[in-house]
Design a protein. Sequence first.
Lengths: 113, 111
Amino acid sequence: DTAVSQTPKYLVTQMGNDKSIKCEQNLGHDTMYWYKQDSKKFLKIMFSYNNKELIINETVPNRFSPKSPDKAHLNLHINSLELGDSAVYFCASSQSMDTDTQYFGPGTRLTVL
Amino acid sequence: QQQVKQSPQSLIVQKGGISIINCAYENTAFDYFPWYQQFPGKGPALLIAIRPDVSEKKEGRFTISFNKSAKQFSLHIMDSQPGDSATYFCAASNAGNMLTFGGGTRLMVKP
C-alpha cells in the first residue's frame, strides 16, 4: 500500500513537448509538494498545495503548473519542455502545512531529448 | 544563495565506525531540522528531526547534535552498517513547512 505514488516512473520526451506527471497520496494529508532533484542530487522545492490552493510558488518557469483535482492528487504539467528540465521530480505530502514530516513518492525521472 | 550547506559531499566509513555529516544554515527563522535518507532509485525518507529548543536527539544509532548559536547541526551514525550506505540530506524549514535541503552526502559503509 504505497502512501505517495507517482506515474510514470520514467518519462522520455522530445524538446518542445507538453507532458504531465501524476501524484496521489492515500494518507489523508492536506498539503502536497513537488520537488526537483537535478543531476547533482540537489533537491529544491517547486510548489506547495494546501487544500487545493497554491500557497508556495518558488521561482520556477511558468511552463510548470501544478493542478490539484482533489486533496489526494497533485499533478504537475510541463509545457514546452526544455533540455534543462531533465531531472527527477518528487511529489511529497504532509498532514498540514504546520506539520513537518513530509512523505516522498518514488520519483519520476524525466529525460528531455 | 544556498541557505543550507552540507559537508562532506561523500564519506567512506568502515563497518562499525561512526559516520558524521555536518550542516550549517543561514536563516535564523528556521525552526525545524530534519535529516532524510535516500537510497538509489527511491524517494527521500525522514530519518530523524530536531527542533532548536533541544541540543541533541537520539533515535537508535542515529543522533542529531544541534548548536543554535553556531547555526550548525550534525548527524552521527553509530556502529555504521553496510545497509546505511545511502545519500543523506539535511534540511531546514520554517513557517509554511517549506524544506530547504543541503547538497547531500553520499555515504558508503565498507564491510
